[in-house]
Write a protein that binds this ligand. Sequence first.
Ligand code: APR
Ligand code: PHB
Length: 389
Amino acid sequence: MKTQVAIIGGGPSGLLLSQLLHTRGIDSVVLERKTKDYVLGRIRAGVLEQGFVELMEEAGCAERMHSEGFTHDGTLISYGDEIFRIDFTQHTGKPVMVYGQTEVTRDLYAARETAGGKIEFNVEDVVILGADSDTPRVSCSVGGDARTLECDFVAGCDGFHGVSRQTIPLDVRKEYEKVYPFGWLGILSETPPVNHELIYANSERGFALCSMRNDKLSRYYIQCSLSDSPEDWTDEAFWEELKRRIPKEHADALIAGPSIEKSIAPLRSFVTEPMRWGRLFLCGDAAHIVPPTGAKGLNTAASDIHYLYNGLKDFYENGDTQGIDGYSEKALKRIWKAERFSWWFSSLMHRYPDQSEFDLKMQIAEIEFLRSNDAAQRAMAENYVGLPY
Ligand code: APR
Ligand code: PHB
């Protein structure tokens, strides 16, 4: 088999890149380890920056997002029973779009299928060969049949546990990591959201987040111990704990219901540098991870795809290599700012096991400063809606 761009990974990064390349007549093949249903079964975050929305529009995949998604002009932040609002639109002129990543992925699959895009599922034993040569290729097996995909470029969109990052030699790549001493226990429930905007809550019992997918489907999280497992938490225990962590007015209004999904996610900050090696380019979770506090996971994948797509477009259309040569440096500049914001917001809103009483005073003082200072709120809003590409 031969293609122009071999894309490893059929998650949102790989699918969005494939669809954008298609709009310019650039051929790609997506190699996905799992089945489509498995990929669509993943429950992920649901806050999209304007930049992501515009990329989906450019890819011709934004119709359902605009009809079924919700724009949010702000968010609530609570600490104890105190609560205040950050107005994104007032500070930045931009809202965010609330639309589940599962739906984004579903829309991208639909677009690829409509366009006759080549996606291979159940792909095993992927090995990237010759990434540092002019003739890269990807070997793999599908249903036990060995395959080799010859290509011009490889896009590693295979997530944190993929093979792409591992292909870059250890003496070339440098990794940066921070593991947080807690996780997020999340549930999905077919109940109306407690509030029409998100509530990020810092309480003496730990962090909580009230989010949603639509007006009948709510998504809630509470900070939990890394030693917890979902089975340790009955629905009733979850709802009672959540109510203890949000302001009373919202706890009293909260409508509980059976969880239709319950899982625990660890929190990590991670970046690998560089994001390019020869003709291999890393995108999204393959190159970087953020704690979900700032909802930056998909939104940092989006700017990677924006830079790589435009670099490949310039290469194929004009023979210009400036975009692909500058990809890693440009992507990392924006990624590190998103890492900083996600780390800052996580530090602001969670209770840490080793937090001293002084640390706690500093944390509350920082929240009070955010509450009272216009410049601080603008900085928060600019980061949350998304810094420029
Ligand atoms: N071969 C082929 N496919 C692979 C391999 C492999 N060796 N390893 C992983 N994959 C596939 C996974 O099955 C998954 O479908 O690559 C895809 C990677 O998708 P994601 O992990 O969703 O990463 P990405 O597309 O970059 O999207 C980032 O996902 O994890 C969230 O918070 C993150 O919202 C962000 C988004
Ligand atoms: C979600 O809706 O799943 C969500 C929203 C905002 C976050 C994290 C997760 O910061």
